[in-house]
Design a protein. Structure first.
Length: 632
């Protein structure tokens, strides 16, 4: 059996990480492939891959927007993509591994001139830079959340509770305030260090901390942290290249002495020189945003709402979020209030959408929508992604409208949120908490209504298409348009068989032909068998889990018919998706003027066979009544 290992990770480590894990596991299970997925979430590395598992794996999928230790996969076939592709294209990624078209991975690079072609996108420079940046952001966020929330709690004792000269002074609040400020103070050094670590590994981490502290103490803010992180990481790569000629015996000296000292000297001095212009840029940006929220809350709210709902946890969303976090460190609690509102609104909007138009959504979507009330309330935007992925060109603009409304109202009402995360959990420390909740609900209701209208429209359109039999052929060959055939005329309990002694496709086709001629449905057995064979030559009708859905269209067929044959012995000469033998056959006989229904029923049957409950029930059925109930 093919064995695949994978690693998933997103910057926040909350939703995308585990959505990608679930998508890969489901896709692998559907293909009968063994998989183990290591997650890089907020709790750290979970379900970690062991050296033995790595050694036994046939291939590796890295679906992550943060740094994952990839050197351990040297010598394996490795696909490296964004976490979003892990969610949206798990089948494609698994197929690439199974097909063996992925080149071997060595020392962090795929070999050139190997003759192998990588069918997934090669990692672009932009994606690499994004992964490095998000590695810093993902390590920074827990520290910022801890520091920000503790700082915010201290204000609950009074806005001046940390000032010994104030009547509001409280020792406990003052200590909380001090701890919180330390946490927020670590934001820039940690951001810098882990960007550098993603590029230059352990040596990069050391220099990143040094240059990050210089960026922090010189007031360059989070922009300085980003610059110092990239500077430190690439400086280490440059130094390693320059010191490559040193004797092997000096490797230890190089890692613990030469790289830290030279890197600290060069990187630190460079950051001192860059501090003045970086500080000016940082202060100018903060001043611009502060002025914007006072002078034009409409424009600022519109921008923030569009950014937060554009990719819901992706780079555009994170740009707005990180800016809000940086402004928190400057004592500006207004900007984050709008960002939080714009992030909370989308998942709650999907919950309202399924409330408004529940009957037009599938059961799984309704359940997900209800869960999103909880996710949204705790500031987890990613819960809205499955709804957006289903119809991005209508759902995402709808979410942008609601997020913008929430942010604009928040800025107009001058709400302050001193915590960088937590959603409604931090309401006790929010100024004007009721107004803030109302702003979010207003945006979510508008978005939810727009999504509900769109869903109803698409549902009605699809239903109308089915009623007029304009279903597009999805699983089988082509045929001519013709009048509709009633379902009841196709399925008959008398055409459900439990047979033994059939061991090949041809024997099955002849069995069907004989039964159908006896019932007067076909006039020529040989012509029917030939029609089945001709269809199989186009592409196999073998499916998965032991099922096949052969079908024939011929002049010899007098009326449409549907048969089900459960076999005691498996047919092994039938090509199937999962390479398993066929044990259950659902066959269709369609006259020349029955192709429209032919496509409809084949498509419907194929969809039934995707449902594992139907598959299991059919495989365990013991009489015709059970099979009839499942297929009817």
């Amino acid at each position: 059996m093919t064995k695949i290992i994978a690693a998933t990770g997103c910057p926040t480590g909350i939703a995308h990480t585990f959505m990608a894990k679930k998508a890969l596991e489901d896709a692998a299970k559907a293909k009968g492939i063994e998989i183990k997925v290591e997650t890089h979430g907020q709790a750290g590395i979970e379900n970690g891959l062991t050296p033995k598992e790595i050694a036994e794996a046939d291939g590796v999928i890295i679906a992550a927007d943060k740094d994952v230790d990839e050197d351990r996969f040297a010598g394996k076939r490795v696909i490296k993509v964004s976490v979003t592709k892990g969610i949206k294209e798990p089948e494609k990624l698994i197929d690439e591994i199974v097909n063996g078209s992925v080149p071997l991975f060595k020392n962090g690079h795929t070999p050139s001139g190997s003759g192998a072609t990588v069918s997934v996108d090669k990692e672009s420079v932009a994606h690499k830079l994004y992964v490095y940046l998000m590695n810093g952001v993902s390590h920074m966020l827990p520290v910022v959340v801890a520091g920000g929330v503790l700082l915010a709690i201290s204000f609950m004792f009074g806005i001046n509770s940390a000032d010994p000269k104030s009547n509001e002074y409280n020792v406990f609040a003052a200590n909380l305030n001090a701890i919180g400020k330390v946490g927020l103070g670590l934001m820039v050094p940690i951001l810098s260090a882990y960007i550098a670590q993603a590029i230059g590994k352990r040596s990069g981490l050391v220099i990143g901390f040094i240059t990050g502290m210089i960026a922090f103490t010189n007031g360059t803010g989070f922009l300085g942290g980003i610059v110092s992180g990239f500077l430190s990481g690439y400086l280490i790569l440059l130094l390693e290249k320059g010191l490559k000629g040193l004797p092997k015996q000096l490797d230890g000296l190089k890692s613990i002495f030469l790289l830290p000292v030279l890197g600290g000297l060069i990187g630190g001095y460079a950051m001192i020189l860059l501090s003045s212009p970086m500080t000016a840029i940082n202060e100018g940006m903060m001043q611009f945003l502060s002025n914007m929220q006072n002078q034009s809350p409409l424009v600022l709210g519109l921008i923030v709402g569009i950014m937060c709902a554009f990719d819901m946890g992706g780079p555009v969303n994170k740009a707005a979020y990180v800016t809000g976090v940086a402004l928190l460190g400057q004592g500006n609690f207004y900007f984050m209030a709008g960002v939080s509102a714009a992030c909370i609104a989308p998942p709650i909007a999907t919950g309202f959408a399924v409330l408004f138009a529940g009957k037009y959504f599938q059961k799984e979507e309704r359940n997900a929508g209800y869960v999103n009330f909880l996710l949204g309330s705790t500031h987890i935007t990613e819960g809205a992604i499955p709804f957006a992925a289903k119809s991005p060109f209508t759902v995402i603009p709808s979410l942008m409208v609601g997020s913008s409304i929430a942010a604009i109202l928040t800025y107009y009402m001058k709400v302050q949120v001193p915590a960088p995360h937590g959603g409604f959990i931090v309401l006790p420390i929010v100024t004007h908490p009721l107004l803030w909740v109302l702003a979010i609900l207003a945006g979510a209701l508008v978005s939810g209504y727009l999504i509900a209208i769109d869903q109803k429209h698409r549902y009605t359109k699809n239903l109308k298409a089915e009623e007029t039999n304009t279903v597009v052929q999805a699983t089988v060959g082509t045929a001519q348009a013709a009048p509709t055939i009633a379902q009841d005329t196709l399925l008959d309990k008398g055409n459900i068989y439990f047979e033994k002694g059939i061991q090949t496709k041809d024997e099955l086709f002849r069995f069907i032909a004989e039964k159908m001629q006896d019932k007067g449905i076909v006039s020529d057995q040989e012509r029917l068998v030939e029609a089945f064979r001709k269809r199989e030559e186009q592409s196999s009708t073998g499916m998965e889990n032991g099922f096949a859905i052969p079908h024939a269209q011929s002049e010899t067929i007098k009326k449409a018919a549907m048969l089900a044959v459960k076999l005691e012995e498996p047919i092994t000469d039938w090509q199937t998706f999962d390479k398993k033998p066929v044990t259950f056959v659902i066959a269709f006989l369609i006259p020349p003027k029955g192709s429209e229904a032919h496509l409809h029923y084949l498509s419907d049957t194929a969809q039934k066979l995707v449902d594992q409950r139907v598959v299991t029930a059919l495989n365990t059925a013991t009489d015709a009544d059970q099979v009839y109930a499942l297929l009817h």
